[in-house]
Design a protein around this ligand. Structure first.
Ligand code: ADE
Length: 225
């Protein structure tokens, strides 16, 4: 999989890819991540990427020309499955979207700033608009990092068996059950007996019940879906 990230602040998004699971996924060649600074696609001396909005009003708007130049350059090199725009008014990101995106070969992610991008970018280039939640970030970079993390860990070979994505919360519309490690008794706080029993069908049943209880308690909306 190849991910091309278009941003005005590459320094804000690079570090999540330089540690732990994402770093290893890149080193193993399972994913390629490329950053494109939008200012490299400007034609004026000041490298301006934004301008006042037509009709007046506070806040700058990202101009279409540098974005067009960058996207056109990328699309001349390969086909893309999706061209994603990170924006608070997009479709709410969830595990289902992450699963689907993890099957892509090439995706572009455009990070918005200020009041957002000129609507014509959204109308003519973007195939999917994604929000990571109902709050406004200073820009799309942190959202793009969240999306990439959730997607990349699903690519076969990225996680080893013991961190398998199949047992994560949300994977089957259930939250994950509680987990424990040694010691079995800490200051009198005991690990549930069943987990020490070695009876694996019983352990599995307990985990299912706990996952269900936790979901019913915290996220009943998931059970309705
Ligand atoms: N840019 C600003 N806020 C955002 C959000 N909630 N999700 C994705 N991109 C954003």
């Amino acid at each position: 999989m190849r991910i091309d990230i278009i941003t005005v602040l590459p320094e804000l998004i690079k570090s999540p890819f330089e540690a732990s699971i994402l770093k290893r996924a890149i080193e193993k060649g399972l994913v390629e991540v490329h950053f494109h600074n939008l200012r490299d696609y400007t034609t004026n001396n000041y490298k301006t990427i934004d301008d006042y909005q037509f009709g007046g009003g506070a806040g700058m708007v990202m101009m279409i020309e540098p974005i067009d130049k960058c996207i056109t350059h990328l699309k001349s090199q390969r086909d893309y499955d999706e061209l994603i725009y990170m924006t608070p008014d997009g479709e709410r990101f969830d595990q289902g979207i992450a699963n689907k995106l993890s099957l892509s070969k090439n995706i572009i992610i455009l990070c918005g700033h200020y009041k957002g991008v000129d609507q014509r970018v959204r109308d003519h280039f973007i195939t999917r608009e994604i929000s990571i939640g109902d709050y406004v970030l200073s820009g799309g970079e942190l959202g793009a990092a969240v999306l990439c993390d959730a997607v990349i860990r699903l690519i076969p070979g990225v996680l080893n068996d013991e961190t398998s994505a199949l047992t994560d919360s949300f994977q089957d519309n259930l939250l994950a059950p509680p987990v424990y490690t040694r010691p079995a008794d800490y200051k009198g706080w005991k690990v549930p007996e069943v987990l020490l029993s070695g009876n694996f069908p019983k352990i599995e049943k307990w985990r299912e019940e706990e996952a269900f209880k936790r979901t019913k308690d915290r996220r009943p909306d998931l059970l309705e879906e």
